[in-house]
Structure formats: C-alpha cells, structure tokens
Design a protein around this ligand. Structure first.
Ligand SMILES: NC(=O)c1ccc[n+]([C@@H]2O[C@H](COP(=O)([O-])OP(=O)(O)OC[C@H]3O[C@@H](n4cnc5c(N)ncnc54)[C@H](OP(=O)(O)O)[C@@H]3O)[C@@H](O)[C@H]2O)c1
Length: 310
C-alpha cells in the first residue's frame, strides 16, 4: 500500500503534439506523483525540456509494437487523437486506430483509457462527429477485460488555440453586420479549455467499476449566443441576420474568406455546427462534483487574454 503511494503512476498521453494533449502534458508535468510517457510520430516536435522530463516513444496507433511498448505498465492512457486531416478515409483510420489502441491496452493490462470526444448524438451527427462517436464506442468495448474506459464528451472548446474559438472571434471582430446561416440557432454547450483539462486530470484519480460516459460543459446556448458573447467580451456591438438559403458549402467558403482557415477545417466545422451539442447525462456532477465549470463569459475573457489579436 505504502509502495503504491510513493511510486509515481505511469501515464501515457497520445496526441501530445496536438492542442489538448500538449496542454494536458504541461499540466501533468506539475504533478510529482505521475510519470509521463508520450507516444508521438515525430519526437522532434517535443521541446527539449519536455524530452528531459517525459519518456518519449516514437510511433503511432497503427504500429502494434510501439503501442504495447508505450502502454506496458501504464495506469491511465489518454486517447487524444483523430485522423481528420489525413484524407477522405479518415473515419476508417479512426476505427482501426481505436481498435489497435484498445487491444493493446487490454493485452498489457492498462487500468483506464481516458478518451475526449464530442457532444452530440448518432442520428444527427456530422461525418466528423460520427467518427468521434464510433471511436468512443470502440474504446469502450472492454467488457470482459480489466481495462475501464472513461469517455469524456465536450462541445465547442473555448481557448486561445481552439480553431472554433478563433473563427468565432475573427468573424465577430471583422463583421459589424453578419449574414449567417440557420445553424447559428443550433444549441451548443461550450466549455473552457482549462475546465476540459481539469476533467482530464481528475480522471486519473477516479476509480472505475464500469465504463462511463461523462458529458461536460457550461450553460447551454446557441452559436448566435457564442458570437454575441464574443462581441460583448471584445466591447463590440454586432448584428446577426440569419438567412435560410445560406448553404453549409457557401458558409465554408465564406469562413475561409473571412478567417483564412483552410477549407477542410472550415467545412468540417460548419458541417459540425448543424448538430446539437448538448449534455445528455449528469455524470460530470456525479463523478466530478469538485469541478465547477466557468461561465461562458469567463471562458471567453480568458481565451481572449490568451490570444494576441492580429
Ligand atoms: N479541439 C476541440 O475543440 C475539441 C472539441 C471537442 C473534443 N475534442 C477532442 O479532443 C481530442 C484531441 O483533439 P485536438 O483538438 O487536441 O486535436 P489536434 O490538435 O488536431 O491533435 C491531434 C493529435 O493526434 C495525433 N495523431 C493523429 N493520428 C495519430 C495516430 N494515428 N497515432 C498517434 N498520434 C496521432 C497528432 O499527431 P501529429 O502532430 O503527429 O499529427 C496530434 O498530436 C480529439 O479526440 C477531439 O475529438 C477536441
């Protein structure tokens, strides 16, 4: 018992070169009771300082040998990856990736998989969201093994480095009058990136008897509400005029024009905005009562401070 308390627990982070994984790595490096491993495709993208403090395993989820090497002796394994930028067959890649990861976790006896996916339901899901749901289902198919899966589901993440946040900020900043597609009325439940990190970190200490899904977010709003909040937080007055004939494809071109995000990201985001992203369970309060998500206003103010307006 004593030995368990003094021996640091081994934690694996996948996606440590991505937006969420990088921030999680920074946060967990503060904890002396944890030892971090990072599974990365390109170790040169990890800073020299982090390379000193973490064990780096070069590889990806399509390499079963690297996976078992990375996972052997691990207590909690974070699955913070997706294949969205990898071409048209990304959903098939995501399925294979999740199957490989779950199998490797079961083979080496990992205690817990923590996966961050998206809020939203199968019947109204965009292609991207559907792939995130399939990933969660595959990772959660651990019945009969000792591995448990904690599937966190988040909507729009409000943080300086989040693509969705930057689009909302840029649109609001550049356009005093916005002609918008119908999707601005789609319901959504945003969350501050720091709160996402708090749930991920607290997941390490949660003892699970079964696989669980935990929906996280602050008070629900719609995309109109997000843009109005962005305007208020930047001290701007803005008007939104929704037009029913404004198609998603047109909206994607328009986003590229206004915000200069690549078309593939803009169209995936616009497609996703058609699906409601609302919490459908109370598990955040049940399993993590100590975490009080910040309000949308606080989240925007923090995210705006994190970014330099260009
Ligand atoms: N960002 C959001 O707004 C948001 C909202 C809700 C949920 N989420 C969820 O949060 C998770 C992380 O998202 P993110 O925004 O941090 O993603 P991201 O910034 O696009 O990063 C993706 C990461 O996955 C890695 N990766 C991709 N395929 C891999 C593979 N086969 N093997 C190993 N690594 C691989 C990438 O490595 P390389 O650097 O080598 O490409 C990168 O580090 C995802 O599950 C996403 O669905 C994100």
């Amino acid at each position: 018992m004593q030995q368990n308390q003094t021996n640091p627990r081994e934690i694996l982070i996948t996606g440590a070169t991505g937006y969420i994984g990088k921030k999680l790595k920074q946060r967990l490096l503060e904890r002396s009771d944890l030892r971090l491993r990072l599974l990365v495709r390109d170790p040169a993208r990890i800073s020299a300082a982090a390379r000193q403090e973490c064990t780096i395993i070069k590889g990806d989820t399509f390499d079963p040998v690297a996976l078992e090497d990375a996972l052997a002796g691990v207590d909690t394994a974070f699955y913070l990856i997706h294949s969205m930028g990898s071409g048209a067959d990304y959903a098939a890649k995501d399925r294979t990736s999740a199957q490989n990861f779950r199998r490797a976790c079961e083979n080496v006896g990992v205690k817990k998989i923590v996966y961050l996916g998206g809020l939203g339901e199968r019947d109204s899901a965009s292609e991207h969201l559907l792939s995130r749901i399939e990933t969660g289902e595959i990772l959660s198919a651990t019945e009969g093994s000792s591995t448990r899966t904690l599937w966190l589901r988040a909507g729009v993440i409000i943080g300086g480095g989040s693509a969705s946040f930057r689009i909302i900020r840029d649109l609001t900043r550049k356009l005093p009058l916005m002609i918008t597609p119908k999707w601005v009325n789609t319901k959504t439940q945003p969350i501050a990136v720091d709160d996402v990190l708090s749930y991920l970190e607290a997941s390490i200490d949660l003892e699970l008897q079964e696989n669980i899904k935990v929906d996280i977010g602050t008070t629900a709003t719609d995309f109109c509400g997000l843009m109005r909040q962005a305007a208020t937080s930047m001290g701007l007055k803005r008007r939104l005029i929704p037009l029913p004939f404004f198609s998603p494809r047109l909206s994607s071109y328009w986003l590229v024009f206004i915000t200069q995000v690549p078309f593939s990201i803009a169209s995936a985001l616009v497609d996703g905005l058609k699906s409601e992203t609302i919490a459908t369970n109370e598990n955040a309060a049940k399993y993590f009562p100590e975490i009080q998500p910040m309000t949308m206003e606080q989240a925007f103010e923090k995210a705006l401070q994190e970014t330099t307006l260009d």
